[in-house]
Design a protein around this ligand. Structure first.
Ligand code: PLP
Length: 439
């Protein structure tokens, strides 16, 4: 019988991201799961080795910077080294971010420590945008200098300042986009061009690598590697988890760095717990597209409502027409099918939020009123969850940054960060309206 057109089996790669994230690699080389609808949750700190030879082969693989992720069925030895749930999650995350490889970690901070740990050594410099997640700021300021790595802070959106900050010793350019919490964007493709020019005059070993923290957007809304970044890092705790039940982090990047990242994880020990890997693999990634496409719609409704409210001074949301970098947002924050996907995060400032350079008690009253009365909005840190979360970055998540740095970067003491969840948007609006009428 001639094979008809109808009988050809579509390959996994021909399916769209949304479908792919749900089904993943059921034929994974990481484990035999072909008869499972879902992979079982694995829980084994150590693995049976059939021979001493196999054991020594396993150790040899993990002691090498040249380890390849393409090695066939990995030799599992000990959970800290490698483990199947994590391995399967890594395949799916690499796919989602459009990168070659992924190595997961116990938290987002462990992932950030690993990427700067493998890219820099004593004597090197990192150029970082002046506003980052508070703990990244603390890691770069309190710990990296102890290892002889200097961090130079700059405004990465100011080309002149950026050129001044980059020196012969610079090996890494590090930034978030959208930046937490102001939601300012960095044009990844434009940064790529600048770095390419600088790299073209340098030997390979002195090349600057671009690292983007993609936690705010998630790979649903933005894929930094496709836009020119060398590495994308994620706190899996946020949008990828989505349910706020587990912590994790990931580094996605080129093949060449797989061995070094795995070695770093083995020796520093920030391995992702397999039970958490399993929740990201079975619940987080498969629901990412559905959660975010709905959260974006709600965020748009809420941002519009806030921007029309007489007690609100300003609203920053990359999906609003008056967002200062709207054209860049439309180019950069798109999902895998090309649809504009400006994320679920909103930053806003109530009117008269400041008196004599200090936060007005109004702001705290407003947030506390919500904490007390609003069923649909929760006062809590973290973001990207199915529950709508509110916080005051200036005094909470970004407390580690010095006052003048926060000001310079456009953060206001009264600024409020809202992570929009999956609740009915009418309810979120009504809770906000009620709270605003009481301040
Ligand atoms: C939360 C967060 C991190 C750190 O992730 P953890 O999982 O909490 O360690 C890093 N970057 C950004 C932008 C974050 O929001």
């Amino acid at each position: 019988m001639k094979p008809s057109k109808m009988s050809r089996k579509k390959t996994k790669e021909e399916y769209r991201m949304r479908t792919h994230l749900i089904h993943g690699n059921f034929e994974s080389k990481k484990w035999e799961y072909s008869h499972h609808v879902n992979p079982p949750m694995s829980a084994s700190a150590m693995y049976r080795l059939s021979s001493t030879h196999r054991g020594s082969q396993g150790f040899f693989e993990f002691a090498s910077e040249c380890m390849q992720d393409t090695r066939h069925i990995p030799i599992y030895v000990y959970d800290r080294l490698d483990e199947p749930s994590r391995g399967m999650l890594e395949e799916n995350l690499a796919y989602a971010e459009g990168g070659e490889i992924c190595v997961t970690f116990s938290t987002g901070m462990a992932a950030i420590s690993a990427v700067v740990g493998v890219l820099g050594e004593a004597g090197d410099e990192i150029v970082a945008h002046q506003v980052t997640y508070g703990c990244t700021y603390s890691l770069f300021n309190n710990w990296l200098p102890r290892f002889g790595i200097k961090v130079v802070w700059t405004d990465i959106n100011n080309e002149e300042a950026l050129h001044k900050a980059i020196r012969d010793k610079t090996r890494v350019l590090y930034f978030e986009t959208p930046i937490n919490p102001t939601l300012t964007l960095v044009d990844i493709a434009a940064i790529r061009k600048i770095v390419d020019e600088i790299n073209s005059c340098r030997p390979e070993e002195k090349h600057i690598k671009i690292v983007v923290d993609n936690t705010f957007a998630t790979p649903y809304c933005q894929r930094p590697i496709e836009l020119g970044a060398d590495f994308s890092v994620q706190s899996l705790t946020k949008g990828i988890s989505g349910f706020g039940t587990d912590m994790g982090g990931a580094v996605i990047g080129p093949h060449d760095y797989y061995g070094r990242l795995m070695l770093f994880r083995k020796d520093f020990g920030g391995s992702l717990n397999p039970k958490s890997a399993w929740t990201f693999l079975v619940y987080g990634l498969p629901s990412l597209a559905t959660r975010f496409s709905n959260q974006i719609k709600t965020a748009h409704q809420v941002a519009k409502f806030l921007s029309e409210h007489p007690k609100i001074e300003k609203v920053v949301y990359p999906g609003l027409n008056d967002f200062p970098q709207f054209e860049l947002a439309k180019r950069q924050m798109i999902n895998s099918t090309g649809k504009f996907s400006p994320g679920n995060m909103i930053y806003f400032l109530p009117k008269d939020a400041e008196v004599d350079g200090k936060q007005s008690p109004k702001v705290e009253n407003f947030i506390d009123y919500l904490a007390d009365h609003a069923y649909s909005i929760t006062l809590a840190v973290s973001l990207g969850a199915i529950k709508t979360l509110i916080e005051n970055p200036y005094s909470m998540t970004h407390a580690a940054l010095p006052e003048d740095e926060k000001r310079k970067a456009g953060m206001e003491p009264g600024g409020i960060r809202l992570s929009v969840g999956l609740e009915d948007w009418h309810d979120i609006k009504e809770d906000l309206r009620d709270a605003l009428s009481h301040v």
